[in-house]
Design a protein. Structure first.
Length: 339
């Protein structure tokens, strides 16, 4: 398989010899020809560099949010707000800032509020214009995604994150794509996914955002087996889903941000069960290691786990403290309850 010749430490082999293709194919690909036939194999220019632009993002939002009952009985967990903006909107804005143009929501039952939130509301817009509420109109405008750029697909059974991502395969097609898990809110000067896209432009292939976790918590995360490490980017040599602390190859864990090549869908299509008898995204990604470039990025910023109540509350406070119009008042309220 041609991708086996692509992976050279932290980068991509850039000679035709390393690619095991003829100079004719190499030259034609770099001229930007749509494809070149050599024997029975078709080569595409972006396949050689593996840096085809990342313009699509998948948002798995089918979960029931049982840890937040009764609030999530009628409201999708992803629509719970950090101050005045839903978690999912924070994720969408992060994707926009990274250059994403097409948004794929993998939903389940009872998620109609998500569709309504990102739709245009002409009646509300007219009301805000009549009232000359410029601030409100701008806030609403940020929720709107242009026609033809927003897609919904259903995960009909709760079979794991890998299955949810697989449900987006028709929209993803054969393009590289990002995945954002809204439960992971990242507070950063430069959005986390934008940092990842910049790293992707350097090394191509697959990239996951990573951070160190206490060894006793490795059984909660996908953990990397690492090779070369420059302090920012690490070469991934293996992936293990939720290993016991004693078995974990490192303490470097994957958070809810990914840039993946479309070949991961081929592995997900096998529907192989992993940890928890679910179709695990980590297991499918592991099949790409050593076949395609695969790196972990130590992102700059602070991650908050909004999948739990305390983490959600902490993220709300942290976000509020970044808002100039309320930061000082929030500090005074915190002093009131902590002094």
């Amino acid at each position: 398989m041609i991708h086996k010749a692509l992976h050279t430490g932290r980068g991509v082999a850039r000679t035709p010899e390393a690619m095991a293709i003829s100079p004719k194919v190499w030259a034609a690909a770099h001229r930007g020809d749509a494809n070149v036939i050599e024997g029975r194999r078709t080569f595409f220019p972006d396949e050689i560099s593996m840096k085809k632009p990342v313009l699509k993002a998948v948002f798995p939002v089918a979960g029931l949010g049982t840890r937040f009952l009764p609030a999530t009985k009628a409201i999708p967990k992803e629509m719970l707000p950090l101050v005045d903006k839903p978690l999912l909107q924070h994720a969408v804005e992060e994707a926009r800032d990274a250059g994403i143009e097409e948004f794929v929501f993998v939903t389940g039952g009872g998620k109609r509020a998500i569709e309504d939130h990102f739709d245009a509301d002409s009646e509300l817009n007219r009301f805000l214009e009549i009232k000359n509420n410029v601030e409100g109109r701008e806030a609403v405008r940020q929720t709107e995604i242009p026609p033809g750029k927003l897609f919904y697909t259903r995960q009909q059974q709760p079979l794991g994150l890998g299955h949810a991502v697989w449900c987006a395969r028709a929209v993803v097609g054969r393009d590289p794509f990002a995945i954002i898990l809204p439960d992971d809110y990242v507070l950063a000067n430069k959005p986390c996914l934008k940092q990842m896209v910049e790293a992707y432009q350097e090394v191509g292939g697959n990239i996951v955002a990573v951070e160190n976790v206490p060894r006793e918590h490795t059984n909660r995360y996908g953990i990397l087996r690492i090779g070369a490490d420059d302090g920012r980017l690490v070469t991934v040599e293996g992936l293990v889903e939720k290993p016991a602390p004693a078995d974990a190859p490192s303490t470097l864990s994957i958070i809810g941000r990914y840039i993946l090549q479309p070949e991961v869908m081929d592995h997900l299509s096998r529907h192989e069960r992993g940890a928890g008898n679910e179709i695990q995204l980590t297991d499918a990604m592991a099949n790409l290691v050593g076949v395609q470039p695969f790196h972990g990025l130590r992102f700059e910023g602070t991650r908050f786990d909004c999948g739990g109540k305390v983490g959600f509350l902490e993220a709300t406070i942290a976000h509020a403290l970044t808002r100039p119009e309320m930061a000082e008042n929030v500090r005074q309220v915190l002093k009131k309850y902590t002094s």
